[in-house]
Ligand binder design. Structure first.
Ligand code: SF4
Length: 442
């Protein structure tokens, strides 16, 4: 179907099934309360599209009734950006859009790599889509601009504001090819986001009381020149930053990046057995993981978090637990634990499908917290139990609060004194609360 040169386009995320149905990055991995939460209330994909193609409208995590109300405004195109575990909800939204007379449906995001998606929609976008969408309006986006994106970090229960986390996503793609990861199939073209627009965003974050920035790049620092300019900017605006990368890359730049504000490095440890690491083509040695822990432990006020997976094909319950214990003994501060999951268009998907069979067709289970394939030694129920046990053991309250956060607070207080008390304990929570109230009042 040919669109007009100025079509009405609405891009949505999947809908929220209930009011507080936001992905909480902390809640997935820490069971106890009180704790902090970090909720994905704004969608980076949608914010990037809107920033670069202002002609379209976006709708982030609406409740169902708000989505239907929006559909009634009449649209030429309704598009969706989503993950694998959100496909069922998105298909419901697609059917509703068609019922409202929408003629063209688009899909993008990692979820659009699933083979069922092209049958339900009219156009599938893979990877960064700012330029492809702009072309519908007769324009090109050759230099992607960065939008402002904020996620709240609150204390729960009670959703008491603690800070507003500034989000950056500065570089797309990754040159590695870990077999479980969709990034190599999804982001085939690697590029950096416009650095001047990043500076504008950082200036705004700093001006509005943001103290911490989470960089979502899959592999922070893979372009050394760009990372140098970016880390200088983060330092100029006196922001503490969180970033995910590989142990070897962090170690190469640790002194400089720590000086420039790196305080929360995240690495993909994935496994403590070299054969498991090799089986997913991680190209990482156990010695690097241990060395990374040692070197970062010598840096003041640093909190080290790791991604880790259980359920490799060679593991049974006992060897799985041995691996968890080996990880704990290394000494990191906090852990995101996942069950190894085959996702569409990854080498792991085809290997698992042909060797064992992928049993679970329930999309919600593709959240990396469920066993979705026929594991040779562990059942889904056992895996569920082992996952909960591993999370409780690795992220136990004493270690993450009494040991980890207490050390952090002590080191920050020693380094910054009353400035720390003013900025982190008084001003930031107060500003977050005020801005929350202002946003609710809009
Ligand atoms: S897991 Fe990380 S390093 Fe491996 S391919 Fe994915 S983004 Fe790259």
């Amino acid at each position: 179907m040919a669109l007009s040169s100025n079509p009405r386009i609405l891009i949505c995320t999947s809908y929220r099934r209930f009011r507080d149905d936001f992905l909480d990055y902390v809640g997935e991995n820490v069971y106890l309360k009180p704790r902090v939460s970090l909720k994905r209330k704004q969608s980076p994909a949608l914010r990037f599209l809107k920033r670069n193609v202002p002609e379209l409208e976006i709708l982030e995590y609406p409740l169902w009734r708000d989505y239907v109300k929006k559909l009634k405004e009449g649209w030429d195109v309704v598009g969706f950006s989503f993950f694998q575990n959100e496909i069922a909800e998105v298909f419901e939204m697609v059917r509703e859009a068609r019922r409202h007379g929408v003629k063209e449906i688009w899909a993008g995001g990692y979820g659009a790599l699933d083979e069922a998606v092209p049958r339900e929609v009219d156009r599938v976008f893979t990877g960064a889509s700012e330029d492809a969408v702009a072309q519908v309006f007769g324009k090109r986006v050759t230099d992607v601009l960065h939008p402002s994106i904020i996620w709240p970090m609150d204390f729960i229960p009670g959703n008491i504001p603690y800070l507003r986390m500034g989000i950056l996503y500065t570089e797309r793609g990754c040159p590695y090819k870990c077999t479980f990861c969709q990034t190599p199939s999804y982001d085939k073209v690697r590029f950096n986001v416009n650095i001047d627009s990043i500076e504008r965003v950082l200036r705004e974050y700093s001006r509005t009381g943001v103290t911490d920035v989470l960089v979502l790049d899959e592999l922070f620092g893979i372009s050394p020149g760009f990372a140098d300019r970016l880390t200088l900017l983060l330092a100029r605006y006196k922001l503490r930053w969180w970033a995910q990368s590989r142990a070897a890359l962090f170690m190469r730049h640790l002194d400089t990046w720590h000086e420039r504000g790196l305080r929360f490095p995240l690495i993909g440890v994935e496994a403590m057995s070299q054969s498991s690491l090799d089986s997913i083509d991680k190209k990482q040695r156990i010695e690097e993981i241990v060395e990374f822990e040692r070197r970062t432990s010598e840096k003041k006020a640093m909190y080290r978090m790791v991604y880790y997976m259980i359920g490799y094909e060679s593991q049974d319950a006992r060897t799985l637990w041995d691996d968890v214990r080996a990880l704990k003994s290394v000494g990191f501060d906090a852990f995101q634990v996942n069950v190894i999951t085959p996702f569409p268009q990854t080498p792991l998907w085809s290997e698992t499908e042909s060797r064992y069979g992928i049993r679970d067709k329930f999309y919600r289970h593709y959240d990396a917290k469920h066993l979705v394939w026929n594991h040779p030694h562990i059942s889904p129920a056992e895996m569920h139990y082992l996952l909960r046990l591993a999370i409780s053991y690795l992220n136990n309250p004493f270690d993450i609060y009494a040991r980890g956060f207490a050390r952090l607070v002590k080191e920050r207080f020693t380094a910054e004194g009353l400035r720390f008390v003013w900025r982190d304990i008084i001003r930031t929570p107060f500003e977050s609360m005020v801005r929350n109230l202002m946003e609710q009042g809009k």
